[in-house]
Each structure stands twice: as structure tokens, then as C-alpha cells.
Design a binder for this molecule. Structure first.
Ligand SMILES: NC(=O)c1ccc[n+]([C@@H]2O[C@H](COP(=O)([O-])OP(=O)(O)OC[C@H]3O[C@@H](n4cnc5c(N)ncnc54)[C@H](O)[C@@H]3O)[C@@H](O)[C@H]2O)c1
Length: 439
């Protein structure tokens, strides 16, 4: 099938590439010429495991192409995915300007039947707005061309995005147009050969499903963080509690890890947007999610709080930070807890040497040229002259470090672990002071 993907970011590039991988003819459009230049030169603008090889393979096979030419993109695909960003507006609601601009471009330039598929995370009712925007453009041109609009939220996880797209848990299709549903069924058939994973709903339910999924996951994290903070005060160990509750199949082990707060491009903005949609469009105050957000905002400062209660004044102190990305296997630092931590440390007069296997270029873009932040080529090198090691992202390479070397390099043998990577008894047995979350 001929597919166009509008927006070549994390979601668009992964979706487009995976669709090409199963034989579709895919054209990815972006308004950022730099992204398209990198892709045309054989690189990829993001870090995502397995993606680079898949992109190369499909470009070489001629099934995957990139462009900044809107006209060519609209002409190309019968199916037009919209996978542009929906960042939070100033008031927390999702900013739909990019989605609606993409829809208008399609309406302005289409000459034959199109199925416009919204893959961006968008508030309930956006499907209708997309439909209206396209219809408006067609009317301005004085033409009548049939089109369908589908809501198809994406559930991939950064860091495992290719695997998630190739083997989805579910594919949610929100539409009322039989022809569009038929096309979507055919498009997704190669990804669900083992058994049907398509859930066909109305458009509003599909849109709300995506927000509800992220809100539930964020809730589990904030709940565990709150339990961890309580366990710590009461002298209990949250890791034991995690196992004790996770073994209940109604609860399960997934997403029960306490830490120094959730970040990323989705949970914080989607929780905010859902709270806003509920209050503005339905007159409902979402009490649980409001608390989830508040708990998370506090949790992002927990490592600084631990340092302050350990050292008192942090002025003139120097800290090593392991991990900058909001989670492992990505270079994405949107809303990453490391950003709040580093800002806190700067505000308290401390300096930082950071190490991350893939996100240091992104950090230098965010923090710019700041003499208070240095980067190191290896985790061990980052420890030199540091008053403590702070662990912010649970990269695999941090899981079993040489504790003797850590102790030898740090000025104070202290690890403040925001991801509970180690056994406290073991680390303390090595003569290292160990502060973790909820233990
Ligand atoms: N990142 C994730 O893990 C993830 C997972 C599921 C859903 N989502 C949702 O998917 C959407 C995209 O997220 P992302 O992380 O891929 O964003 P992103 O910022 O990485 O990519 C968006 C891209 O769209 C481009 N763009 C903006 N307007 C455009 C236009 N009119 N025409 C063409 N290109 C345009 C931007 O230049 C950018 O490259 C968001 O709504 C997000 O909430 C993201």
C-alpha cells in the first residue's frame, strides 16, 4: 500500500519504517529540513535500538523515502498518517496546531480518496476537528473528494519502539467509515498474524483509550513513589513490598518501580492534557490524576532533598550523575528527572559531571555551554573528585559496576540511587554509604 507519514519524529519514523519493512511503499514528511537531510544521508536523527538498520534496509529496497515536499507527500499515500507533536499549550491542554496544519495541507492538496489517520496523541473530539479542517479546505477549493478519518493512537515505548510496533499488544482503530476500517485492517494484518489484535471503536473512545493508558501507568508510578516515601519513614523496604504486591495477578509486577519521578514526552504532558480536557470539556475535576501529577512533581526533587539532608549546604559540592535520558535505551530528555536534578544542584551552588551512553549530545543542546556541567566519556571517569554518585537512569551498564573502583574514585563513598539498582546490604558491605528510594 502507498502510505504517507506526516511528522518524522519518534513515532512517525518508527511507524513509517516498520510499515515499509512489511512491504508498503512509505514516504515520510517532515517540516524540519535538518531531520530529512540526516535521513537522506543514511543517518537517523534519534537513538532507538534496531531502527538504524531497519531504515537503511528499507531505503535501499526503495520502500522508504523522506521529503520536505508537502505536495509530494499528499500525492503519495492513500493512507496519510499524522504523527506530529502535540506539546502542552501554556494552560496544559494539548496544542493541536501541528495536527490541524497537517490536516489542512491534506485537504488543500488532495486529488483522490484519502484515509487520514491520526496517530498523534490528541484530546477527545480531535477526529471531528480533523474532519472539519479537511472538509473546510475542500470547500474552499470548491471540490468534493471523499475521505475517511481514523483515530489510531500509538502505544509504542521509546527504547523498544521497533519491537512494539512490529508486535503490538493491540491496535486501536477509532472510525465509523467501513472503507477506512477495511484499509486499516489490511494495513495492520502483517503485524498480527498470530492472532487478531485490532480493537475497533468509535473515534472518541480510541482517543480517550490512549490517555487512559498513560494516565494509568503514571498512576502506578506515583502510587509506588508515595508508598516508597512512606516505607522509608517507617523503616520498611519498598522492594520487598513491590514483590509482595506484584505477585498478586490483579496487580502484576509491571510498572511498579519506585524512582525519582516519571518523565518523557508522554506521561507528563498526557496527564496534564487529560486533567485539562476533563475540566474544560466535561466539567469534571480528576482528583486522582491531579494527585498523581503533584506527587510526581515532588518526586523529581527527591535526590536533591536526600543530598541536602545528608550534606546540609550543597554550595561548592561536586556530584557525578549517571544517566540523563528519561529512561534507558533512548536519548530523549523531554521532562527527564535529570533536568530537574541538575537545575536543583546548580541553584544550590553545586557542579556536576554527567555520563549517559547516548543522551549527552541532547543534554549539551539543552543546557548549552555551562561551566557548571561537564560530561565524561565513561561512568567511572565521571566520579573523579565527586562528593557522591547520583543514579538517575537505570541503564544496563550501571547495574553491576565495580564498587571498589567507585569507592576509590569518589571523595565521599556515597551513592544516592534514584532507581534502586543495588542491594543495600551488599553496597554498604563494600563500605559505601547508600541512599535509595524507599529502603
Ligand atoms: N514518543 C513516544 O514515545 C510516543 C508514544 C506514543 C504516542 N506519542 C505521540 O505521538 C505524537 C508524536 O510524538 P513524537 O515523540 O514522535 O514527536 P516528535 O517531536 O519526535 O516528532 C514530531 C515531528 O513532527 C514534525 N512536524 C510538526 N508539524 C509538522 C507538519 N505540519 N508536517 C510535517 N511534519 C511536522 C516535527 O518537525 C517533528 O519532527 C505525539 O502526539 C505524542 O504524544 C509519542
Amino acid at each position: 500500500m502507498k502510505v504517507t507519514v506526516v511528522g518524522t519524529g519518534y513515532v512517525g519514523l518508527v511507524s513509517g519504517t516498520c510499515l515499509a519493512e512489511v512491504g508498503n511503499d512509505v514516504l515520510c514528511l517532515d517540516i524540519d529540513p535538518e531531520k530529512i537531510r540526516i535521513l537522506e544521508e543514511g543517518g537517523i536523527p534519534i537513538f532507538e535500538p534496531g531502527l538504524q538498520d531497519m531504515v537503511r534496509r528499507n531505503v535501499e529496497a526503495g520502500r522508504l523515502n523522506f521529503t520536505t515536499d508537502v505536495g509530494a507527500a499528499v500525492r503519495h499515500g492513500t493512507i496519510q498518517f499524522i504523527a506530529v507533536g502535540t506539546p502542552p499549550d501554556e494552560d496544559g491542554s494539548a496544542d493541536l496546531q501541528y495536527v490541524l496544519a497537517a490536516a489542512r495541507n491534506i485537504g488543500r492538496l488532495m486529488t483522490d480518496y484519502k484515509v487520514v489517520v491520526d496517530k498523534s496523541t490528541v484530546p477527545v473530539g480531535t477526529g471531528d476537528k480533523v474532519k472539519a479542517a479537511i472538509a473546510d479546505e475542500l470547500q474552499k477549493r470548491g471540490v468534493e473528494i471523499p475521505f475517511g478519518v481514523v483515530s489510531n493512537p500509538e502505544f509504542l515505548k521509546e527504547g523498544a519502539a521497533v519491537e512494539d510496533f512490529m508486535r503490538p499488544d493491540r491496535v486501536v482503530i477509532g472510525a465509523d467509515d467501513e472503507q477506512a476500517i477495511l484499509l486499516m485492517r489490511a494495513l495492520y494484518a502483517p503485524f498480527q498474524r498470530n492472532h487478531e489484535r485490532l480493537i475497533v471503536t468509535d473515534s472518541k473512545s480510541a482517543e480517550l483509550t490512549k490517555y487512559a493508558a498513560n494516565a494509568m501507568l503514571a498512576t502506578r508510578i506515583s502510587f509506588m513513589n508515595e508508598m516508597a516515601n512512606l516505607a522509608e519513614r517507617l523503616g520498611a523496604d519498598i522492594e520487598m513490598i513491590r514483590q509482595g504486591i506484584g505477585s498478586d495477578p490483579r496487580i502484576g509486577y509491571h510498572f511498579l518501580y519506585p524512582g525519582c519521578g516519571y518523565g518523557g514526552s508522554c506521561f507528563p504532558k498526557d496527564v496534564k492534557a487529560l486533567i485539562k480536557t476533563a475540566s474544560d470539556d466535561a466539567g469534571i475535576r480528576l482528583k486522582v490524576l491531579t494527585a498523581v501529577e503533584e506527587a510526581n512533581d515532588d518526586q523529581k526533587h527527591i535526590l536533591t532533598a536526600k543530598l541536602k539532608s545528608r550534606f546540609g549546604d550543597l554550595k561548592g559540592r561536586h556530584f557525578a550523575v549517571w544517566g540523563l535520558a528519561f529512561k534507558p535505551n533512548t536519548d530523549d530528555m523531554r521532562e527527564a528527572p535529570s533536568r530537574e536534578l541538575i537545575a536543583d544542584l546548580f541553584a544550590a551552588g553545586a557542579t556536576v559531571t554527567a555520563y549517559d551512553p547516548v543522551a549527552m549530545h541532547e543534554a549539551s543542546r539543552i543546557f548549552g555551554d555551562d561551566s557548571r556541567l561537564r560530561y565524561s566519556n565513561s561512568p567511572m571517569e565521571a566520579l573523579n573528585e565527586a562528593d557522591a554518585l547520583l543514579i538517575v537512569t537505570e541503564w544496563k551498564e550501571f547495574r553491576s559496576p565495580d564498587f571498589d573502583a567507585i569507592k576509590a574514585r569518589l571523595k565521599n563513598p556515597l551513592i544516592v540511587d534514584g532507581r534502586n539498582l543495588y542491594d543495600p546490604k551488599f553496597v554498604r558491605g563494600m563500605g559505601i554509604e547508600y541512599l535509595a528510594i524507599g529502603r
